[in-house]
Structures are given as structure tokens and as C-alpha cells.
Design a protein around this ligand. Structure first.
Ligand code: KG4
Ligand code: ZN
Length: 412
């Protein structure tokens, strides 16, 4: 149901000015985007140093780091866009999935700005934003399309039928590919300050991708789900079997021979990790085309989609199946405020937004946050597509998952 605020005068789409705020994990990001897709500003403050020091995202510490910079990040996004809050049409903010302590920082800031300036709020689903930012990048990209969303916590294959309407073709049964890159990079003693994924991608360029024989996951499962936990274990065992002292000796101090061994493991891991993506995507294209023969585009987005090897190999999958690959530039693949602002615009123009907070709303009001959703890992794992709707509105999870076509129907 559109909000009652839909009744108020909404500016023409090209005049809309949307502030987007993202704090679901370890990046504090904000951006201002115009209704026609022009990016007026984009600011990201990363917690890479914290990540490198503590080996992962500690929710309490991440929350504090967000709280420390959120005001500056939003102010810089406004300053860079040469705007003030009163010029904005609305505020979009990530409401999940993610770490709830971190999400709250962004939601609190969004409500504060919205209340002070009487702005509507659009609650945005993080994974939908990863998918929809591709429509900012390529204006010809209409629904329906197939999307692979690959990040630190998610590995999703979805058939996007319309705004807020996704059929989940596959998800991970354990870890996401980004998690496997990050852990492998750490175990190989790489410099985590540039991020585990980018560090491993760089080292892999020096290695032989066929040097270590890793098993490709889930070949016996004729579905579109993923698994990366086993591959992670294979990497750890390979490091142990070569007696590499990766914990004590960072890559920068490794001998030439040791560095080559690590590069071979990195390259072999990357080849198999991405081959697993290729195989599942190939099947997903077949499934998707049976359900929606008009599909022309294959979207690949999320942090891991900024990897050049991933993009090259998945471009091949798209071409082999007569589809066009759309993959946003790396700065729009990793977490950013632009994707939140843009998804906010997509929902706002169809009347899906919430009225500005009222004056009597306390500043510390807690908004219900979706710390998980049926598009997140671990739920709705099926060997057939699952229909998912989510409204993108703040509040309790508002999803209705029903079964799509059965596997048998797909095989017919
Ligand atoms: O979408 P994202 O920025 O944040 C989440 O929603 O999780 O994705 C972050 C993930 C991390 O696991 C990171 O290591 C991975 O994306 N990543 C990469 C690359 N750049 C980022 N993985 C492989 N190669 C890259 N170049
Ligand atoms: Zn993300």
C-alpha cells in the first residue's frame, strides 16, 4: 500500500534529489542522486583498518566506528553535491539485511534528517539495492532480468520480475564467496587493509591456477545453490600441507619460493571459486529463460563483482547464452550510498515511502530493523525457485515467500 504521503505533491522524476545512507556492515556511506540517475556525490568511509586489526567485523566496534563518522559522511555528501538538507526530496536508508547495531546508526541518522526537514523516508533492502543499481548504470535494463549478487554475506541468484519482486533461484547453503576470499586471504598472510578479496585477486595474478587441484563444490546437486565452506577448508589444508608459515610471515616478507606457493594457492582457489559461480549461473540462465523467455540481461553485482576475473568469466557465461552482462563499475559494486539512493528513487516514484517522522517522535526512537531476510543466506534454500516479495519499507519483515515452479516443471 502506498503511504498516505503519496498524496503530497511529488516533483517530476528528474527533479528528485535523494540522499542515500548505508551502514549495514563495515562501510559508512552516503550519496546524493538525482531522479534521472545523475550521481551528485558519493562518500564512503571504510573500516578497513579495524578489519585488518581484528580479523573481521566486530558488531559493537563497527557500530561505534559508524557513529563516529556518520554526521561527517552525510555532511560531505551534501557539501559535494552543493546542496543542503532542505533541497532534498526524501531520504533512503538501508534497513537490512545486515548487523542490526550498525543498521541502527544509519536509520537513526536518516530519521533525524527526515524529521528536521519534513522529508519522506524510504527503507531499502541492501541486496535489492545491489541489484537495482545496475538500472542506474544501464538505462535500457528493464525487468525481467537475471541477477547474481555476490558479497561478503550473500550469494544470490534471482530472477528480477519487477520492483520488489524477485524469484530466488539459488542461495548459499553455508558461506558466501566473499567470505571465502576474505578467509583465504587472511590464511595466506595477505595485507587485509586493502580488503581480502582485492588482495587475493592481486596475488592470484602471479600464480598458476592449475597448480593445486581443488574440488569444484556441489557438482552432484543439479540446482542453483552454492557452497563455499568446503573450498575454504581445502585452502586451509593446502596451506598446511605445504608447511607455509603464513601466520608468522606476512606475504611482504615471504621468500620467493614461499610467495610463489601462496600465489599458486590463491590462483587455484580463485579459478575453482569462480568456476562454481559459472556452473550455477549457466543453469540459472536456463531456468530463468524457461520462466521468462524475454530476458536479455544478466546482472552481476555486489563487492565480489568488482573482481576482474569474475567479470571476464561471467561475461563469457552471458555471451554463451545470448545475454548481455551488466556489471556496475567497482565503486558501485562494493557497498555505497548511490545504490541506496537510487533504489530509494525507484520506490519513491511508485509511492512506496513513509511519511516524515512527526515532531513528537523521540530522537532515540528504535525502528524495526531487518537483520535478516528471505534473500539472505540460510533461508529459502530449495532446489527450485522461490518467489520472494519485499516491500523495501521500514518496519517488520514484509515478505511473502511462496513456491515458484517446481523443479519438475523446469525440467519439462
Ligand atoms: O557488497 P560488499 O561491499 O559488502 C557486503 O555486502 O558484504 O562485499 C564485500 C565483499 C568482501 O568479502 C570483499 O572481500 C569482496 O566483496 N570483494 C572482492 C573484491 N572486492 C571486494 N572479492 C574478490 N575480488 C575483489 N576484487
Ligand atoms: Zn553489500
Amino acid at each position: 500500500m502506498p503511504s498516505t504521503a503519496a498524496a503530497r505533491a511529488v516533483p517530476a522524476r528528474c527533479d528528485l534529489l535523494m540522499l542515500g545512507i548505508e551502514t549495514s556492515c563495515d562501510d559508512t556511506a552516503a550519496a546524493v542522486v538525482r531522479g534521472d540517475g545523475e550521481i551528485l556525490s558519493q562518500v564512503v568511509s571504510s573500516q578497513a583498518d579495524l578489519l585488518a586489526r581484528y580479523g573481521g567485523v566486530a558488531p559493537k566496534m563497527a557500530e561505534e566506528a559508524h557513529a563516529l563518522v556518520i554526521d561527517q559522511v552525510v555532511q560531505k555528501a551534501l557539501d559535494d553535491a552543493k546542496l543542503s538538507e532542505s533541497d532534498l526530496s526524501a531520504v533512503a536508508v538501508t534497513i537490512g539485511p545486515g548487523l542490526s547495531l550498525c543498521l541502527r546508526v544509519g536509520v537513526h541518522k536518516a530519521r533525524q534528517v527526515a524529521k528536521a526537514f519534513g522529508l519522506p523516508i524510504v527503507g531499502v533492502h541492501h541486496m535489492e539495492a545491489h541489484a537495482l543499481v545496475s538500472r542506474l548504470v544501464n538505462k535500457d535494463l528493464d525487468f525481467p532480468f537475471l541477477a547474481l549478487l555476490i558479497s561478503g554475506g550473500h550469494n544470490l541468484l534471482v530472477l528480477a520480475r519487477g520492483l520488489g519482486q524477485y524469484i530466488q533461484l539459488g542461495t548459499t547453503i553455508d558461506d558466501a564467496i566473499g567470505e571465502a576470499y576474505d578467509k583465504s586471504a587472511r590464511w595466506l598472510g595477505l595485507d587485509m587493509r586493502k580488503g581480502g578479496g582485492p588482495a587475493l585477486e592481486e596475488l592470484a595474478l602471479e600464480g598458476d591456477p592449475n597448480a593445486v587441484k581443488f574440488r569444484v563444490p556441489m557438482r552432484q546437486h543439479k540446482d542453483c545453490n552454492f557452497s563455499y565452506a568446503g573450498l575454504k577448508t581445502q585452502v586451509r589444508l593446502a596451506i598446511e600441507s605445504k608447511n607455509l608459515c603464513t601466520e608468522d610471515v606476512p606475504i611482504s616478507s615471504a621468500s620467493e619460493e614461499d610467495r610463489q606457493s601462496r600465489a599458486n594457492i590463491a590462483a587455484s582457489f580463485q579459478r575453482v571459486a569462480v568456476l562454481h559461480l559459472e556452473e550455477r549461473c549457466h543453469r540459472a540462465v536456463e531456468w530463468a529463460l524457461k520462466m521468462e523467455p524475454s530476458i536479455k540481461y544478466f546482472v552481476v553485482s555486489g563487492g565480489v563483482a568488482s573482481n576482474k576475473y569474475v567479470r571476464t568469466r561471467l561475461n563469457q557465461v552471458a555471451e554463451n547464452n545470448g545475454l548481455q552482462l551488466v556489471s556496475p563499475p567497482p565503486s558501485l559494486c562494493t557497498d555505497n550510498g548511490v545504490m541506496i539512493a537510487w533504489t530509494g528513487i525507484e520506490h519513491f516514484v511508485v509511492g512506496r515511502f513513509e511519511d516524515p517522522p512527526t515532531d513528537d517522535e523521540p530522537d532515540d526512537m528504535q525502528t524495526r530493523i531487518e537483520s535478516s531476510s528471505s534473500l539472505s543466506a540460510g533461508r529459502a534454500i530449495a532446489s527450485y525457485p522461490v518467489l520472494i516479495r519485499f516491500s523495501g519499507r521500514p518496519g517488520p519483515a514484509n515478505e511473502d515467500a511462496t513456491q515458484g515452479p517446481t523443479k519438475k516443471q523446469l525440467q519439462q
